[in-house]
Ligand binder design. Structure first.
Ligand code: EPZ
Length: 423
């Protein structure tokens, strides 16, 4: 099991590059199942969740080597046939996003058998909204032995679907089912995340007819067939945001290259309120410096374009160094404060009250042995380690490897004293 060892106290400075978005690459890979022709995706991040999705797609298409080729960040998938329209428990239990193959499989071949994801560290994370959306399109869905069995032997029929609550992968799953359905589908209360719009751009390049992606109402005209294409995945806004916070937390002068500032407006506004100077020297570059003291700021996580829940843990680490009391409210997941106890072991003053964390700062952080619990909590511990005095050892870094590509070499490239040890 690998660990990350960090000697803190070094201000990060220089330029750090952003990889392609994991949360855009996952639905894009699933979308390749919608056509028998080759689809080439560029800027795919080589992280653990991507490898899991490639294993799953390989299982589904019964792939021989020729069907899935990866060359660095370029992946080509040719789903010429669907041999096993299923997502087995062994794969789904390690990655909830495996449910993203549900929509494409029902759309492409009229049936799918997908393991229920079960809970995960940050919450129950059911897929009931994915299922009810597919039923609205005419699929017959039943649940047995921990699996969802979806059938649409006569194909799917477009319909109006109103999501009870906003779901990112639920919107993506339904979008991928609707593109091959007969007639028009209107998805109301759709997720507006940039990753949804990126998926729609890929599907459109494959021949789908979609309007309104990125807004809360998406309109799809079903088509009979989709075709191969090439597409470049958008940059990872959560990785970019994580680095911006790292630059502020270490009081460095950090330039984040290859990002989309438009995807980070909520974070930028909060960083500026906290006294961080954020500039945009170029359309794909953001730079952070902290000229004075960090100030306390309250955040409430919301669906995009609100403050991203995936940046909440990282921002909490920053608020431990801000003067005053910060109220952090998590509205998306029911158990996304596990990083708080570990930050407290490093010296932070954090009180949890239900969906709210109350951070009193500034409190000096000292290095400690800590344990990662989920992807973004582990990012928060890395950031705290970078700012702490002394050595921090983070265990179970497989969590961070799920969503951050080469994080230790990227951070070392801007001055961090960080190394990976395998024990
Ligand atoms: C996506 O997860 C992201 N993952 C998550 O990123 C992100 O935290 C989340 O959206 C919110 O932005 C990917 O895109 C692969 P949801 P998703 O469906 O789609 C409830 C990371 O760190 N819900 O938008 O699974 C659900 O329990 C990961 O990269 C239902 O009740 O999230 C949650 O409370 C973590 N029923 C809320 O909705 C459903 O059928 C939002 O979940 C679906 C969701």
């Amino acid at each position: 099991m690998d660990k990350l060892v960090i000697e803190g106290g070094v201000p990060l400075s220089g330029e750090i590059a952003v990889s392609g978005s994991k949360n855009s690459a996952l639905p894009a890979l699933a979308a390749c199942l919608l056509t028998a022709e080759p689809v080439t995706l560029h800027r795919i991040p080589l992280v653990r969740d991507i490898r899991t999705m490639l294993d799953l797609i390989g299982h589904i298409i019964g792939s021989k080597d020729a069907d899935i080729s990866t060359d660095g960040g370029r992946v080509t998938i040719c789903a010429g046939r669907i041999e096993h329209p299923e997502a087995p428990y062994e794969l789904v239990k390690t990655m909830r996003a495996s449910s993203l193959v549900l929509g494409p499989l029902v759309g492409r071949c009229g049936h799918a058998r997908v393991s229920l994801p079960g809970g995960c560290a940050i919450g129950a994370r059911p897929i009931n909204l994915h299922v009810s959306g597919l039923e609205r399109l005419g699929a017959e869905v039943r649940q047995e032995h921990g699996y969802i069995q979806a059938q649409a032997p006569h194909g799917l029929q477009g319909a109006n679907v109103q999501f009870d609550r906003i779901t990112v992968t639920g919107t993506e799953d339904l979008l991928m089912a609707a593109v091959l359905a007969r007639g028009e589908t209107v998805i109301e209360n759709a997720a507006r995340e940039p990753e949804v719009a990126d998926l729609a751009a890929l599907l459109t390049a494959m021949g789908a007819k979609i309007e309104g992606a990125g807004t809360s109402t998406i309109r799809v005209q079903g088509v009979a067939k989709l075709y191969g294409t090439e597409h470049t995945i958008i940059p990872d806004r959560i990785e970019a945001g994580t680095f911006l916070i790292a630059g502020a937390l270490t009081r460095g002068d950090l330039t984040v290259r290859g990002c989309v500032p438009e995807h980070l407006r909520a974070l930028i506004a909060k960083l500026q309120q906290a006294g961080v100077e954020v500039t945009e020297p170029a359309p794909d570059i953001l730079r952070v410096r902290v000229p004075g003291k960090l100030k306390n700021v309250d955040i409430t996580t919301e669906e995009h374009p609100g403050f991203a829940t995936d940046l909440q843990a990282q921002f909490m680490a920053l608020m431990t160094q801000a003067a005053g009391i910060s109220f952090i409210t998590e509205t998306i997941f029911e158990n996304r404060f596990m990083h708080a106890q570990e930050l407290a072991r490093m010296g932070a003053n954090i009180r949890l009250e239900g969906r709210q964390a109350i951070v009193a700062g500034p409190t000096p952080l000292s290095g400690a042995q800590v344990i990662a619990s989920d992807l973004r909590a582990s990012a928060s511990l890395v950031l705290a380690g970078l700012a702490a005095q002394g050595e921090t050892v983070i265990d179970r870094v497989y969590h961070i490897d799920r969503g951050y590509e080469k994080i230790e070499s990227k951070l070392a490239g801007v001055g961090a004293r960080i190394r990976r040890v395998s024990v």
